[in-house]
Write a protein that binds this ligand. Structure first.
Ligand code: DAH
Length: 342
């Protein structure tokens, strides 16, 4: 009997199964009514007294081994593993836990897809920029406060003042594209930007923007407004309306900020829209002729519009996220809430 048990121990060790059916066959072979273990325990009764201890130990060892093996097969093939035995190192890892996209990627992809449906193509520019592309070509006067050390992370001061820095907005990509591409240009630029700001629930020193650019003959403010209305409806729902408020940016004239009516309360007023009924989502305007000229596009024959939006802000509005720091902490309890997003 000892030899039989030893043979079965080896057999358990050597068994491999490739699917649920083979797992079940293994279970029946060892644990079935007429299976090996019942058989052996039946025979055990006849084992003479002095051998009982040794054979009994071996028999229990076989039972234990077969059980662990079965559980590991079941975990892999039947998906109803009801055991969490940490002492069994043969158990497979749970390799079906799928990852999911970060909420900022989900929202960025939605923005890109909405604009791609009306013919905007995507481009990216460098995160390490020079003063020309981030500021000067965009009509920022030499003493504009945004150039201040307060806001910009400088990397290298240059004698010719074309300092190297981390871009503070994706508007720098407009310049790079206009310098190298002749109109018509209909493009969108997603990317990461950097500002020397204290980290809080509403601000971070690293965040993400999407910039849009349209340059051609006869582009008007009506085109801008209609493009943004289309975007707002696609992004926030058919009932969304927009409001443009006059604003100022050095690189657009006229400039505006766009609000949408609060998608959460429908404009009635809630704590997300701070009881105004409106949420600001982007800056925009007609490209200043001086910017077109700086980039080598004839402002006599061409006009264009541009807009820029913050992805964090948009994501916070869409998902009612109250603290921007969640995006950067990679806490799985936060990230797992976006598993169904795509
Ligand atoms: N670059 C601006 C910012 O970071 C956003 C912006 C405003 C971009 C107006 C534009 C625009 O293209 O026309 O705040």
């Amino acid at each position: 009997m000892k030899d039989r048990i030893l043979q079965y121990l080896e057999a358990v060790e050597a068994t491999q199964v490739k699917d649920a059916a083979e797992t079940e066959a293994f279970r029946i072979r060892f644990f079935g009514k007429k299976g090996i273990l019942n058989d052996l325990f039946g025979d055990f009764k006849q084992v003479p007294g002095p051998e009982k201890k040794e054979i009994g130990l071996l028999l229990n060892q076989l039972k234990e081994k077969a059980q662990l093996r079965l559980e590991s097969f079941q975990a892999r093939h039947t998906g109803n593993s009801n055991q969490t035995r940490l002492d069994d190192l043969t158990l497979p890892v749970d390799f079906y836990t799928a990852g999911s996209r970060h909420p900022l990627s989900v929202v960025r992809n939605r923005i890109l897809s909405i604009f791609s449906r009306i013919g905007f193509t995507v481009a990216e520019g460098p995160e390490i920029e020079d003063d020309w592309h981030n500021f000067s070509a965009l009509n920022f006067a030499a003493d504009h406060p945004a150039r201040d050390m307060q806001d910009t992370f400088f990397i290298e001061k240059r004698p010719d003042s074309n300092d190297v820095l981390l871009r503070t907005h994706t508007s720098s990509v407009q310049v790079r594209v206009m310098e190298t591409t002749q109109p018509p240009i209909r493009m969108i630029f997603p990317g990461r930007v950097f500002r020397n700001e204290a980290i809080s629930a509403r601000a971070h020193c690293i965040f993400h923007q999407v910039e849009g650019l349209y340059v051609d003959k006869n582009v008007s403010f009506v085109d801008l407004k209609q493009t943004l209305l289309y975007f707002a409806k696609e992004m926030f729902g058919e009932k969304t309306s927009i409001r443009l408020r006059p604003s100022y940016f050095p690189f657009t004239e006229p400039s505006a900020e766009m609000d949408i009516n609060c998608p959460l309360c429908g404009g009635k007023g809630c704590n997300i829209c701070k009881y105004t009924g409106w949420i600001e989502i982007l800056g925009c305007g007609m490209i200043d002729p001086a910017v077109l000229d700086s980039c080598g596009i004839d402002s006599e024959t061409h006009t264009g519009f541009a807009f820029g939006m913050g992805i964090e802000r948009m994501t916070m509005g869409l998902y009612q996220i109250k603290d921007l720091r969640h995006f950067f902490e990679n806490d799985l309890r936060f990230l797992r809430q976006f598993e169904s997003a795509f």
